[in-house]
Structures are given as structure tokens and as C-alpha cells.
Design a binder for this molecule. Structure first.
Ligand code: CNA
Length: 262
């Protein structure tokens, strides 16, 4: 086993045992082991060779010009999402919430895997696909109805006014959700885990800079330091997320005096 890896696991276990308020900021990398590609990782959606720039999939202006480009992608995502199961790490954090240590999860993901793993205090800052609405008249569509419409129609249109339907996912160019709640959570955290995010998408990318506690980043790839200087990071483990949290769970269960010790 890599010496640095175990060193980081042990340091992380020690600070966890002396902390009371833990917060997680998760990104797309948290779900790659479940089978959902991220944007910027080596097999990410942005690495795909496509006729149209894949970065336009979630661009709000482009959506209004050409919604079928988004729906080609979204249709495939919806077909697989019901079968996809949470990873070890999703369960690791839901167990921490049940134990009272984790105060909340701020996620950039729209896959609902945190909730599937049993987490309740989840702030989906980039929205979710459970609700959709008509971009012209505002009519709401629940998940089941919009799911069937997406499978049947190239671009799902409103039953009332024929406007284009859009899921309640935050596109680039739109405002994120729950920003005040997330800022409060982060300001009060004594450990913030940043997991599976390249920290390139704002405002999520600047949230860690508001944390006065310890920041633990677990991300295989590089992260942006535009808002978070390397000096502010307690641990930056360039490890696989599930390998790290598996090892952390073992380490925590071996520590003398840990109430979680089996
Ligand atoms: P990103 O920019 O794609 O970064 C993901 C990071 O995770 C990369 O730096 C990878 O190196 C790293 N990574 C991937 N897999 C692993 C792994 N197993 N272990 C360790 N590190 C890993 O994604 P961000 O979340 O930073 O960007 C924000 C976007 C991505 C948000 O708008 C999301 O909505 C969007 N997104 C979400 C999903 C989802 O819901 N699962 C999927 C794809 C994109």
C-alpha cells in the first residue's frame, strides 16, 4: 500500500474523531464508480469527440436555440439512472449523517445517489431531474410524466401551450439553488470534504474558501486553485474515492476509543 495513502487515511481518521461538524461538497467524480461519467475526468463527457462542443449540453442559451442537443444526452442518462446504485462512499457519508457527525451534503450532482444511499440533508445546488417545467407557461411535470415524454418526443413539449419542457437542472448561465444555506453550512464546518470535484464550476468552486475548518480534498485529477489556495488544504489525496473511504472506514473501526469501533 502507498505510504502517502495510509498516512493521509490516518491523518483524516484522527481529525474526524476530534470533529463535531462535518460537511461534504460532492462533484461528478463521486459517481463515476457507479457508472456515471463525469465532465472533466479522463473518461468524462467533455473528452468525447462530438460534432457539437459537449460543453454546450448544459448551456442555457444553447438549450433555447437547440434543445434537442441536450435531450439526446439526457434521454440516455434517464434510461440508465434507475439501474445505477450508490457507491461505498455514498453510504459512508449517509452513515456519518445517521451518526450525527455529518451536518449536510452540498452536491453538484443531479443523479440523486446520495438520497438513494439514505442521506437526507442534501442540497442539490445544480437542481435535479425530479421536476420539469414548461419554459413558456410554467406548467410543472413530475418525474414519471416527463420521463415518458422524453422517451417518446425528440424534444418534449408542453401539453398545454407546446412550449419546450426543461428539467429543473441548473444549466450554465442560471442561478444555483440553496446558496445561503450552503454558505452557512460551510462556515460552521470543522471539516469540509471536497470529493470528486475539479472545482472549476462556480459558485460551488468558491464555497470551500468560506470554510475556516480543515479542508480534505479527495480527487484523482487536478483541481482549480482559483478560489482555494493549496495552503488552505489540509489533505489533498489524489486517490480513488472509494479506495480512500474504504480504507478510512477500516482505520476508524481500528482506532482505540472510537465509538464506532466494532
Ligand atoms: P468535473 O469537473 O467533471 O470533475 C470531476 C473530478 O472528479 C475530476 O477532477 C476527476 O479527476 C475526479 N474523479 C472522477 N472519478 C474519480 C474517482 N473515482 N476517484 C477520485 N476522483 C475522481 O465535475 P464537477 O462536479 O467538479 O463539475 C461540476 C458539474 C459536473 C456539475 O454541474 C454537475 O452537475 C456535473 N455532472 C454531474 C454528474 C452527476 O450527477 N453524476 C455527472 C456529470 C457531470
Amino acid at each position: 500500500m502507498d505510504k502517502d495513502f495510509m498516512f493521509d487515511v490516518k491523518r483524516c481518521a484522527e481529525v474526524l474523531l476530534s470533529s463535531r461538524k462535518v460537511v461534504l461538497l460532492s462533484g461528478a467524480g463521486m459517481s463515476t464508480n457507479a457508472g456515471i461519467p463525469d465532465f472533466r475526468g479522463p473518461n468524462g463527457i467533455y473528452r468525447k469527440k462530438m460534432k457539437t462542443d459537449p460543453e454546450l449540453i448544459f448551456d442555457i442559451d444553447y438549450f433555447y436555440q437547440n434543445p434537442s442537443f441536450f435531450y439526446e444526452f439526457h434521454r440516455e442518462f434517464l434510461k440508465t439512472i434507475n439501474e445505477i446504485q450508490p457507491t461505498f462512499s455514498h453510504y459512508f457519508f449517509s452513515n456519518m449523517e445517521k451518526g450525527g457527525l455529518l451536518k449536510g451534503i452540498i452536491t453538484q450532482n443531479i443523479d440523486a445517489l446520495h438520497q438513494k444511499a439514505g442521506s437526507e440533508k442534501v442540497f442539490e445546488i445544480h437542481g435535479s431531474m425530479w421536476q420539469s417545467f414548461c419554459t413558456r407557461c410554467g406548467q410543472e411535470y413530475d418525474y414519471k410524466t416527463s420521463f415518458h415524454k422524453v422517451l417518446k418526443e425528440k424534444v418534449p413539449l408542453c401539453d398545454i401551450c407546446k412550449g419546450v419542457i426543461k428539467p429543473d437542472v441548473v444549466f450554465f448561465g442560471e442561478n444555483v439553488k440553496y446558496l445561503n444555506e450552503c454558505q452557512t453550512l460551510i462556515k460552521n464546518a470543522d471539516i469540509l470534504f471536497v470529493v470528486g470535484s475539479s472545482l472549476t464550476v462556480t459558485p460551488a468552486a468558491y464555497l470551500p474558501s468560506m470554510c475556516s475548518g480543515k479542508i480534505v480534498v479527495i480527487n484523482k485529477g487536478e483541481i482549480s486553485h482559483d478560489y482555494l489556495s493549496p495552503g488552505r488544504i489540509f489533505i489533498h489525496g489524489k486517490y480513488d474515492i472509494d479506495e480512500f473511504f474504504n480504507a478510512l472506514e477500516v482505520e476508524l473501526s481500528n482506532i482505540e476509543g472510537n465509538p464506532k469501533r466494532k
